[in-house]
Design a protein around this ligand. Structure first.
Ligand code: HEC
Ligand code: HEC
Length: 325
């Protein structure tokens, strides 16, 4: 039975990799994306991505073999899980809402509170988290050394058995391969032709870059400036202290990373605590005048203007997105 399940996982991963591979080939980083890290990403080899994608879907990476990375980062919903906060090991919950991994390669820091910097190491956080995968260093280091398929792949990628280093590095390589940039907004950026948009979408775009001032934090083309702000999403007394968890600085209390708005139509519910179920709820919450802080002064927008903004936000969905079609 276990062998059949493993075979099915392998089959799924192979289909996934070939979709990914085709996507990558026709999907070079466009000139309007940040170029500074290209060399670093270009050095990622196919062998590493293959091993990383096998591991990404493998539930044996959790203490009771019940959770894989893909349990909370499901490729069908832009590598999120649709939950308010993620379910982890049985009768456990993560502390926050799952983040998309699409285009995560461009992030200078990781997690809502900036508690990780290195994409080749960041996987250790969920792997060791007692709510999420509950593993320990020893088990991770020895887990796959006897697995002939993974050993073979690890030798191909790193000339060594499949240990904790090949696990974290290959998962990093897999995440670097998740680069997607085929939305209506990208078509517009390339052609500079507003005919691509409906009248309502154009109004939304003008609000986004103009009166709404959204672009100052959700900056195109990644729709984040990677900075952290207190937008009033947590109040005094809340347990989640935001960036202060990572930096221990009092002035960082309740600051959270600005999430990308690419694929926002798919990645509900919203905010680090999953508080908003729909995009309408998200904007009503974000723009309520009670949310005013020293970091953020919500612009006053009518219901019609918010609807226009939402139709523009839907232009950030990747039309080419794998496995959603
Ligand atoms: C039980 C659910 C769960 C599992 C399993 C899980 N994650 Fe996550 N992941 C989350 C949540 C929730 C967040 C947001 C946490 C935060 O910011 O504090 C997150 C955030 C991340 C981020 C940061 C994204 C960003 O933009 O900052 C990366 C990278 C990541 N996960 C990769 C992985 C990898 C690789 C695995 C498997 C080794 C994995 N995750 C397993 C729930 C999970
Ligand atoms: C001062 C910076 C700032 C400005 C300006 C700003 N945002 Fe945000 N936005 C954030 C931060 C930070 C979060 C995440 C907060 C959290 O999770 O608690 C966020 C979250 C969101 C979310 C939910 C994203 C998700 O994946 O959970 C949406 C949608 C959003 N913003 C849209 C907008 C729109 C539209 C505008 C313009 C009207 C705007 N924002 C202006 C900083 C900003």
């Amino acid at each position: 039975m276990r062998k059949i399940v493993f075979f099915l996982i392998q089959l799924y991963v192979l289909i996934f990799i070939s979709a990914c591979d085709t996507n990558q080939k026709k999907n070079k980083i466009p000139s309007y994306f940040p170029q500074d890290k290209n060399q670093f990403f270009d050095s990622v080899r196919a062998e590493e991505i293959i091993l990383g994608s096998m591991l990404f879907f493998d539930k044996r990476l959790s203490i009771d073999s019940s959770v894989s990375c893909s349990s909370c980062h499901d490729p069908k919903i832009a590598f999120t899980d649709g939950k308010i906060v993620s379910d982890g090991l049985p009768s456990h919950k993560s502390l926050r809402n799952s983040s998309t991994l699409l285009n995560v390669r461009f992030n200078p820091t990781f997690m809502f509170d900036e508690r990780a910097y290195n994409i080749d190491m960041v996987s250790l956080i969920p792997l060791l988290d007692t709510n999420e995968m509950g593993m320990n260093w020893h088990r991770l280091d020895t887990l796959f050394k006897q697995d002939s398929t993974l050993t073979k792949l690890s030798y191909k990628a790193y000339q060594q058995p499949c240990d904790i280093r090949s696990i974290t590095r290959s998962l990093g390589a897999f995440m670097k391969s998740l680069h997607f940039n085929k939305s209506k907004f990208d078509d517009f950026t390339i052609s500079n032709n507003t005919i691509i948009f409906s009248a309502q979408e154009i109004k939304g775009k003008d609000l986004f870059f103009g009166k709404g001032n959204c672009n100052s934090c959700h900056t195109a083309p990644l729709f984040t400036n990677h900075k952290h702000y207190n937008i009033g999403s947590e109040k005094n007394g809340s347990k989640d202290l935001g960036r202060m968890v990572g930096t221990l600085r009092k002035e960082d209390m309740f600051k959270f990373k600005t999430p990308t708005l690419r694929n926002i139509e798919i990645t509900k519910p919203y905010f680090h605590n999953g508080k908003a179920a729909t995009l309408e709820n998200a904007l009503d919450f974000h723009l309520s005048k009670d949310r005013k802080t020293t970091d953020f002064d919500p612009p006053i927008l009518t219901t019609a203007e918010r609807q226009n903004l939402i139709s523009f936000l839907k232009c950030l969905t990747d039309g080419n997105y794998i496995l959603t079609k």
